[in-house]
Design a protein around this ligand. Structure first.
Ligand code: ATP
Ligand code: MG
Length: 153
């Protein structure tokens, strides 16, 4: 019952939104079709900020609105390296366990997906994906975040 909380946290400190966006662009370079990126962090941590930059890196043009009031958005424009989805499952809860079809348009072997608040849909998401990656963002102060990235593997 000791030590776990003391394990090294790793990652790096992003000072300001621009550095978080740079991390998103770097991650985009590693993304392949079939990849699922689980994006974790508290409200306002910077999940959408990082994901937006990654989507830009994959070639998405135009507005990238927050998917908070939809389950997700699928971007499939000619300039993109591959179709890519941006999901926010905050309000979905465990529904995907009963209705896996809710996720089917967003994930698959020909597309990548970034998922904020994966929560109880974790199992379904993994089953629909080829490789899994992870981003964890901790709020440090108003401009600083600790970001850990596990590239998809
Ligand atoms: N280093 C930083 N990285 C990311 N965002 C930052 C940073 N510093 C300040 N911010 C601000 O924090 C906010 C992050 O908002 P964002 O929507 O990306 O969070 P989120 O994790 O997606 O929240 P939610 O859980 O509500 O979806 C933005 O207003 C952004 O400008
Ligand atoms: Mg968000």
């Amino acid at each position: 019952m000791s030590g776990v909380a003391e394990e090294p946290r790793g990652g790096f400190l992003a000072h300001g939104q621009g550095e978080t966006e740079a991390a998103g662009r770097d991650l985009a370079a590693l993304i392949e079709p079939g990849d699922l990126i689980l994006v974790n962090g508290e409200v306002g941590a910077g999940k959408s900020t990082l994901v937006r930059a990654a989507l830009r890196g994959l070639g998405v043009e135009g507005p990238i609105p927050s998917p908070t009031f939809t389950i997700g958005r699928l971007y499939d424009q000619p300039a993109q390296r591959m179709p890519v989805s941006h999901l926010d499952l905050y309000r979905l809860g465990d529904l995907a366990a009963e209705e896996p079809g809710l996720l089917s348009e967003y994930l698959g072997p020909d597309r990548a997906a970034f998922v904020e608040w994966p929560g109880g849909s974790d199992v379904q998401l993994r089953e629909m994906s080829t490789r899994i990656g992870r981003v964890d963002i901790d709020h440090i102060d108003s401009e600083s975040r600790r970001i850990r990235i596990e590239p998809p593997a």
